[in-house]
Structure formats: structure tokens, C-alpha cells
Design a protein around this ligand. Structure first.
Ligand code: PLP
Ligand code: COI
Length: 354
């Protein structure tokens, strides 16, 4: 049955797949909810978004996404608290970043109301898909890609904005062992590293596979110019604890301005944990590992939340991190997820009720 939610047209699926999903054993991003938000850009403007059944889409073989990779995306989560209320975490930050990414990829910017009202209508229709169990959430993937046709290497004249959602468990199953990258780069000055452009991730797969083949799970990206400074951990921002100080690289052209990253910085500061946002050299981390002052390393991002690192490889040498009792990683992960899932007060005003 069709309806209107917050001015958004809703075309409901005639069937539901929800009974086929084992909510007690959710993987990350493998099963998709019944509906998606769909919004097209044509004739020079974004058309009204609609909630429609999750289904395949048809594109022309000449659509520019296939040839020139004009695509950007976001990653967010919806949480259900014990009373069944639904929450998002800092969603306007994702909206703003989507437009920052779009601008860099010459994709037309999206109106805020299409993103926010469309997302709310989608979550209303698929609210039963939002898991309640500890550590699970509805992963939300907003994305835009070029549907306009042509082999001319120039921006498309038509785009599609979709939001698909997937009830998901954790991204990594345990601690990860990482390899500090000495050759490949995920981004460069003046490039698109600060944007969530699909191509950034495609470019990571090959070097990451080389690291996997050597027994690591993720790559620690270093600066493209010298490979002497630590920048990101796979598709996450990175935090390094030396003694009691938490250090993370400053955002730049090359580094994604992560929402988890900036929330962790604010949380840590509010608890008087010393935080330094500065360049951090591989040399400093290797020396700290050797002299015992390197206490923790972890990645931070929406999908993985906080992902502790067990050790790292660099120039054919492996360094293990100590097994600590009370880690910043565990503490900050609990603080942020308690805020996200409405288990605690939200002094920063980050939670967003649906
Ligand atoms: N860095 C990269 C390259 C990412 O893809 C992500 C994931 O979104 C992050 C960092 C973390 O950003 P956020 O915390 O906003 O999810
Ligand atoms: C996220 O953390 O939400 C991301 O977008 C990373 C993704 C590559 C899984």
C-alpha cells in the first residue's frame, strides 16, 4: 500500500524477507532490508525522493559510473534502545560530508531535507529491521553515482541517490594485526582522500590483499610523499597511545574527517585524557614499541566503532602491543556506544531521535 511519510512517497514492498533473517547471528552488511530510498537527479535538479522496495536497478552500459567512477557514499547506523526508540548518531555530519564528497567529485549537492526526511521515512517503514541486541545495529549506506550516459570524460548529467540499509553485527571479529605501508598510498595532496569516493576503496583492495597474503588483516596508510607519517588504518582513522597520551593524525586532503574520530577526541578530552592531534611518525611508533611506551593502537570508524590493533609489521619486523587490563579502546568504545544506544546521558547532543 502506498502512503506519504513526512512528504515522502512510500511504495511498500508486497512481501517481506524479515523472517528469513537470523537476528541473533548477524554478519556485517550481508542482508538488506525490504526498502530503500531512491532519488534521481535529472533536468538540472534533484527530484523528490521516494521509499521503494529494495530491488535491482537498470542502468545503461554507457552510464558514467562504469567508466569514470563518479560515486560517493556514507556510512551511518541506527540503534534501537531497550524501549524500542530509534536513534541516529550525528546524522547531519554525514549529510554534510556527503555533499563535501560530492562537490569534489563534481556531483550536484543534495538538499538536506531530501537526505534527512528521506532517511526518516525509510527508517519508519523498515523499523522492524533495526536490531536490538548488544553490538548490533542497522547499518545505513547512503550513496550517489553517475547514471548519465556518455563516453566523454566529463561529469554526468544524471545521478541516483540511494539509501540502503543492512541489519549488521560487528565488522571485525577480534583484534587486527596491521602492516605499515611503505609503497602504496590511498591518497595524495590535492586528491580525493578526504572524500568518501568509491574509488578510494577500490584502490585500497590490492595493497590490502598483499598485506593479507603476508598474514596481516589491514594496512596502516602512511603519507604518499615520504611514507614516514601514519595517517589511517584501513577504512578507519587511527589512534595511537604512547604512555597515557592519545595521538591521532590531523585531517588533511589525504585523510577522511571521521565522525567517530572527532567524537573520540571530544570524549577523551572531556575525561582529561591527554589528546594530541599531530603528525605521528612511523619512527616514533617503532621506538615507542621498542622502549615499551607504546600502549595501544586502534582504528575508529562507524562500521567498526573502535577496532583494537594487536600488533604491526614494518620493514619485515613484527611488533606486538601489550595486553593491557584497562584500555582506552575498551573504555572509549563503551562511552560512545552507550551514548549511541541511549544507555547514558548525551552531554554533547550527538544522539538524534527518529
Ligand atoms: N577513514 C576512512 C577512509 C573511512 O572510510 C572511514 C569510514 O567511514 C573512516 C575513516 C571513519 O569515518 P566515520 O567515523 O565518519 O565513519
Ligand atoms: C564506515 O565505517 O561506515 C565506512 O564507511 C567504512 C566502510 C568501508 C565499511
Amino acid at each position: 500500500m502506498n502512503s506519504i511519510i513526512n512528504d515522502i512517497e512510500v511504495i511498500k514492498s508486497e512481501t517481506t524477507k524479515i523472517n528469513t533473517v537470523d537476528f541473533s547471528n548477524l554478519k556485517f552488511g550481508k542482508t538488506f532490508s525490504d526498502h530503500m530510498l531512491e532519488c534521481d537527479y535529472k533536468d538540472g535538479k534533484w527530484q523528490a525522493p521516494k521509499v521503494v522496495p529494495y530491488a535491482g536497478i537498470t542502468l545503461q552500459p554507457s552510464a558514467k559510473i562504469f567508466h569514470y567512477g563518479q560515486s560517493v557514499f556514507e556510512g551511518m547506523k541506527a540503534y534501537k534502545d531497550v524501549d524500542g526508540q530509534v536513534w541516529l548518531f550525528r546524522p547531519l555530519e554525514n549529510f554534510k560530508r556527503l555533499n563535501i564528497s560530492s562537490k569534489r567529485l563534481a556531483i550536484p549537492e543534495l538538499p538536506e531535507s531530501y537526505f534527512m526526511e528521506g532517511l526518516k521515512a525509510l527508517l519508519e517503514v523498515d523499523k522492524d529491521w533495526i536490531p536490538k541486541s548488544e553490538g548490533s545495529s542497522l547499518y545505513i549506506r547512503p550513496y550517489i553515482f553517475a547514471t548519465g550516459e556518455g563516453f566523454h570524460a566529463s561529469p554526468a548529467d544524471a545521478y541516483k541517490f540511494l539509501i540502503c540499509t543492512a541489519p549488521s553485527g560487528s565488522y571485525f571479529s577480534g583484534k587486527v594485526k596491521v602492516l605499515i605501508e611503505e609503497k602504496y598510498s590511498r591518497s595524495a595532496n590535492g586528491g580525493v582522500g578526504f572524500a568518501k569516493a568509491g574509488g578510494n576503496y577500490a584502490g585500497q583492495f590490492y595493497p590490502t590483499q598483499l598485506a593479507i597474503d603476508k598474514g596481516y588483516q589491514q594496512v596502516i596508510w602512511t603519507d604518499d610523499n615520504t611514507h614516514e607519517y601514519i595517517e589511517e588504518a584501513g577504512a578507519m582513522n587511527i589512534f595511537i597511545r604512547i604512555n597515557d597520551t592519545l595521538i591521532t593524525a590531523p585531517t588533511s586532503d589525504r585523510i577522511l574527517d571521521g565522525i567517530t574520530r572527532k567524537s573520540i577526541i571530544d570524549l577523551a578530552k572531556s575525561e582529561n585524557i591527554p589528546v594530541e592531534v599531530r603528525k605521528i611518525s612511523v619512527h616514533e611508533v617503532v621506538e615507542a614499541a621498542k622502549n615499551g611506551t607504546l600502549k595501544e593502537m586502534f582504528g575508529a570508524g562507524t562500521a567498526a566503532v573502535i577496532s583494537p590493533i594487536s600488533g604491526f609489521g614494518y620493514k619485515d619486523e613484527d611488533f606486538d602491543l601489550p595486553e593491557l587490563e584497562d584500555t582506552y579502546a575498551d573504555h572509549l568504545k563503551k562511552r560512545i556506544t552507550d551514548i549511541q544506544t541511549n544507555k547514558t546521558e548525551d552531554p554533547f547532543g550527538w544522539r538524534y531521535k527518529i
